[in-house]
Structures are given as structure tokens and as C-alpha cells.
Design a protein around this ligand. Structure first.
Ligand code: EPU
Length: 342
């Protein structure tokens, strides 16, 4: 049996965050099993440190060195754990790479997660952020998860209602849920699978290829092609995906904006509110492709901020603040960052 990896001091995090920001963790520990996680946090000295739970580091902006403990969740494993008339149930450990897991489900002949192909990060982070793309969100396929509660040392199972999913939001970003450490996630994948082509750009891409009835793999391939075209590969250009959430505004506010800006991109929500395309707002303010120091706005998608090389968290924060100020001055809408600032 491999030995418990030791706690590292002043550990470099540059390769562990997709923005590629150079910063250090005061203490760092990589855990590859629930038992090791439990053992580590049973040490009162470690448990007392402020803690940053790290997965794929793809939704993170490091604004400086991290005081306390960076706990890197590297627990692996995935399996089909059951089925009934309607669903196949698949479970993956929190440290599994998300896209690797999606590809694995497709290789098992199980559709459902294909619209979420190629999203960077880990399985454990997916429910925290309720990751979504191309007409699907984690919550649509989610069944339950197991979380480790450092306060009690116990693991607990949380169902869909308990996760309080919302747009890029969940219980795990709020009091009560914030301290829990997700160790595995179970998804319910529909046996009577049908392609989800709600997202116009995806439907159009498949139609252009003459695919009236695509397979789940074909949908995944189309999603991958769109993402490759519009979003920078973090291996090549540091970034954390969309830097801002698409703002939710009231129907009245949207109507007022449309009078002045007829091209405004908006999507009606079930509650009568409207979701605005932050990328469009930023683009209209002239920020697309522009840089401020070593941080820039991606030339193909204005919602993505990039590290042009050597950017610090302060560079990115300065650029983000300038964009927020311009968008607010012109549209009266405050953009809220999507990544976690540490
Ligand atoms: N737009 C512009 N200029 C831009 C960017 C976008 O005018 O520079 C317009 C587009 O033409 C389109 C609209 O804004 O009409 C929306 O753009 P897009 O389809 O690219 O999607 P998004 O709203 O910018 C969201 C998610 C992405 C997800 C895509 C696809 C958020 C914050 N972002 O982006 O998620 O991949 O939809 O579903 O909800 C992420 O969260 O990190 C992420 C990449």
C-alpha cells in the first residue's frame, strides 16, 4: 500500500490552476482516498488551518499566496452502480477529470452528459458550480453525492434537493455547505436517451452536418468542436472559462435596456426574469481582444479573461474591475465574477 503523502510547505500552485498564476500554498496535501482525507483532518493542527479544497483549479483566481492548507482532492474511480427502468446510475470519485468521466460514460453507451463535454475541472467540482453548457446543467443529470463533513468526521449523502442547485450556484457555496468536502458524485443517466438540442448553436452545427438524429457521441463531438473554436485551451492560454456570470435582470429592466440597445442578447427565464449575455455586454464596450498589462480579454469570446503570460491575480482583478465599471456605466448592470477569488 502506498504511504500517505506528506504535507508540503511553500508548495507551488502554478501548474494546479488553469489561469496559470504563480502562487504558493503555505501547506499542501494531496489525498487519494476518503480514509486519507479523514486521517489528515483528524490531525488537530491540520484541521485548524484555514483550508482551500482544490480540484482541477479551473474555477479559481489566485490573488496571492494561499495561507493555510491547500487540500488537493485526487480520489479516483468510476463505476456503473445500478439501474432501473428509467435510469442507469453512474458514480465517479471527486478527483476524476470531468471530461474523462463524460467520455467514459459515452464509451459505456450511456448518453446524458454529452452537452457537458470538455468542461475543464473535476467531478467533485461539478455540483458546487452546477456546471453547465450548451443547454444542460449538472442538476439535470444529478442524482446524489457523498460529502465528508470535517466537523463530524462522517460522510453524508446529499440528494438533489439538498444541493439547492441554481445557475452556477449550489448549497456548497453557502453557509452550511461550504465546509463540506465532496468525495463522489452519482448521476442518473436516462435509458430513453434523446439528444438535447435546446441550444441553438449546437442544433445548427449538427443540422449543418446533416445529422437529424445524432448519437450522444456525435453531440459530444459537436460540443467539443464549438468549445475548441470559441474557448481557449487552458494548456495553451491560462484562463478559467467564463469569468463573469450571465446577469439575471427583471423583465422590466430588460425591456428598458432593449429600447436603448435593440441588439441586446437576452434569454427569458422560467420566473419571467431575463438572463443577459455578459459576453455581448463586454464585447459592446469594446473590450474583446484588449489587454491591460499581462491580463487580457480573449479575442474569440469576450466573457473569457486570459493570462497573456506572467499575469498575477492583481492583473486579472484590475482588468475585471475595469470591465465591470464600463459595463455598469453603459448598461446599469453589475457583472459578478464566476471564479472563486482566493
Ligand atoms: N457574445 C458576443 N460577444 C462575445 C461573446 C458572446 O456578442 O464576445 C454573444 C454571442 O453571440 C451569443 C451570446 O453572447 O449571442 C452568448 O454567447 P455564448 O453562446 O458564447 O455563451 P455565453 O453565454 O457567453 C455560456 C456559459 C459558458 C457555456 C456557454 C455555452 C456562463 C457564464 N457561461 O457562455 O460556460 O460554455 O454558455 O452554453 O454561463 C463557463 O461557465 O465557464 C462557461 C464557459
Amino acid at each position: 500500500m502506498p504511504t500517505q503523502s506528506a504535507v508540503q510547505h511553500h508548495f507551488p500552485l502554478q501548474s494546479l490552476n488553469t489561469f496559470g498564476i504563480a502562487a504558493y500554498a503555505q501547506r499542501y496535501l494531496r489525498v487519494d482516498s476518503v480514509e486519507r482525507l479523514r486521517a489528515a483532518l483528524a490531525d488537530p493542527a491540520l484541521a485548524a488551518l484555514p483550508r482551500l479544497v482544490l480540484g482541477g483549479g479551473s474555477n479559481l483566481l489566485l490573488t496571492g499566496d494561499v495561507a493555510g492548507l491547500v487540500l488537493h482532492i485526487a480520489i479516483e474511480g468510476r463505476a456503473i452502480v445500478g439501474g432501473d427502468d428509467d435510469y442507469s446510475y453512474v458514480r465517479a470519485a471527486a478527483g476524476e477529470n470531468w471530461h474523462g468521466f463524460v467520455q467514459w460514460t459515452l464509451a459505456q453507451g450511456l448518453g446524458g452528459l454529452e452537452n457537458l463535454a470538455l468542461i475543464p475541472g473535476t467531478v467533485g467540482a461539478a455540483p458546487i458550480q452546477n456546471i453547465g453548457a450548451y443547454g444542460a446543467e449538472t442538476q439535470d443529470l444529478f442524482h446524489s453525492l457523498t460529502a465528508f463533513d470535517p466537523a463530524s468526521g462522517a460522510t453524508i449523502v446529499i440528494d438533489k434537493a439538498g444541493c439547492r442547485f441554481a445557475y452556477r450556484d449550489s448549497y456548497f457555496k453557502h453557509d452550511g455547505g461550504r465546509d463540506l468536502i465532496i468525495v463522489d458524485v452519482t448521476f442518473a443517466l436516462p435509458k430513453r436517451w434523446r439528444p438535447n438540442l435546446r441550444y441553438a448553436e449546437l442544433a445548427q452545427a449538427l443540422a449543418e452536418q446533416g445529422m437529424a438524429a445524432p448519437t450522444a457521441q456525435q453531440v459530444a463531438d459537436a460540443v467539443i468542436a464549438i468549445r475548441r473554436r470559441k474557448l481557449p485551451d487552458p494548456q495553451a492560454i491560462g484562463n478559467a472559462g467564463s469569468f463573469f456570470k450571465n446577469p439575471l435582470v427583471s423583465g422590466e429592466q430588460c425591456a428598458r435596456l432593449l429600447e436603448r440597445f435593440p441588439g441586446l442578447v437576452h434569454h427569458r427565464q422560467a420566473d419571467g426574469g431575463e438572463k443577459l449575455a455578459a459576453g455581448w455586454l463586454i464585447d459592446q464596450c469594446g473590450w474583446k481582444g484588449r489587454s491591460l498589462g499581462a491580463a487580457g480579454v480573449y479575442a474569440q469570446q469576450a466573457l473569457v479573461l486570459v493570462n497573456n503570460g506572467g499575469a498575477t491575480g492583481a492583473d486579472v482583478t484590475r482588468l475585471a474591475a475595469a470591465i465591470q465599471a464600463d459595463v455598469e456605466a453603459r448598461y446599469g448592470v453589475r457583472l459578478e465574477p464566476e471564479p472563486v477569488f482566493v
